[in-house]
Design a binder for this molecule. Structure first.
Ligand code: SF4
Length: 276
């Protein structure tokens, strides 16, 4: 059977790269064998994913100039309504700017075969902005320390690395001209309560560093020998993994999963199809 890792059409995403780091077998099952356990997510997580997904759909419609189309019978109507109202209030459309919501960019350069799915790209003359919506509102009050921790985590995340790198590499497709590094930026934004979670200004130094990081990660995946896989090394990831039954004959503890901050923070609505 062909090993998809080496196929020209196989593209790495922030999610697949993160999954490999958590467990190479999970990466193999999900991305090479295309296996999914449809019902592995607990009820509460499904509900939150659906709300996040609906928010992204409404935001997409808004930037396309279509009515967001929210109706009262939709899951979490009141919260969704406050999110989309906040978005429309803070992102007044300007006809001089180009808005590209839910935009997919792909690139290939040697082993760097990558895909990024952006919530929104805004092109304003020689400035290009990436916007990413974060709709997970934590149940507890955020302290300054939590906010700093979250900001640093987002700045250093694989999402930031993949999104900025792919954008810079593919920028000519969007703008028909080169854009200087310092004119490219990325923002993580929460609609309610309204908050800028992280703001990153790109640079040539970051681009070189991101390229090196991505090459290392992809090279590791391409060289990985599955005959030496040792599941004891990845035990920490098993508790929340949809393949827990297959590997360990153990069920997922949905309650623990819903309470696990990292798991919930890592859920990304724009890549929902990779998760469910
Ligand atoms: S259950 Fe554990 S060993 Fe099996 S794929 Fe998931 S993380 Fe890896």
């Amino acid at each position: 059977m062909k090993d998809l890792r080496f196929a020209d059409y196989f593209l790495f995403t922030q999610h697949s790269l993160t999954t490999f780091e958590k467990c190479p077998l999970k990466f193999k099952k999900r991305y090479l064998e295309n296996l999914k356990w449809d019902n592995y997510l607990g009820e509460e997580i499904r509900k939150r994913l659906e709300m996040g997904n609906n928010f992204h759909l409404m935001a997409y419609r808004y930037f396309q100039g279509i009515d967001p189309g929210i109706t009262e019978d939709v899951e979490g109507y009141e919260e969704l309504d406050s999110w989309i109202t906040s978005l429309m209030r803070n992102f007044k459309k300007d006809e001089k700017k180009r808005y590209l919501p839910e935009y997919k960019l792909r690139m290939s350069k040697g082993i760097l075969r990558l895909e990024a799915n952006y919530d929104l790209i805004i092109i304003d003359g020689d400035n290009v902005e990436i916007w990413d919506w974060k709709t997970r509102v934590k149940d507890r009050e955020n302290t300054k320390r939590d906010e700093n921790f979250q900001r640093i985590r987002l700045e250093r995340s694989l999402q930031t690395v993949v999104y900025l790198y792919v954008l810079k590499e593919g920028i000519k497709l969007l703008t028909q001209k080169e854009i200087p590094w310092e004119n490219i930026s990325m923002y993580y934004w929460q609609p309610e309560p309204k908050k800028m979670l992280a703001e990153i200004n790109y640079s040539d130094k970051m681009h070189l560093d991101f390229e090196r990081q991505l090459k290392d990660k992809i090279q590791r995946i391409l060289e990985y020998d599955y005959s030496n896989f040792d599941k004891t090394l990845y035990k920490k990831s098993c508790t929340y993994c949809e393949f827990n039954w297959f590997c360990n004959n153990e069920k997922i503890d949905y309650k623990k999963m819903e309470e696990h901050e990292d798991f919930l923070d890592e859920l990304a609505w724009d890549d929902i199809e990779e998760l469910i």
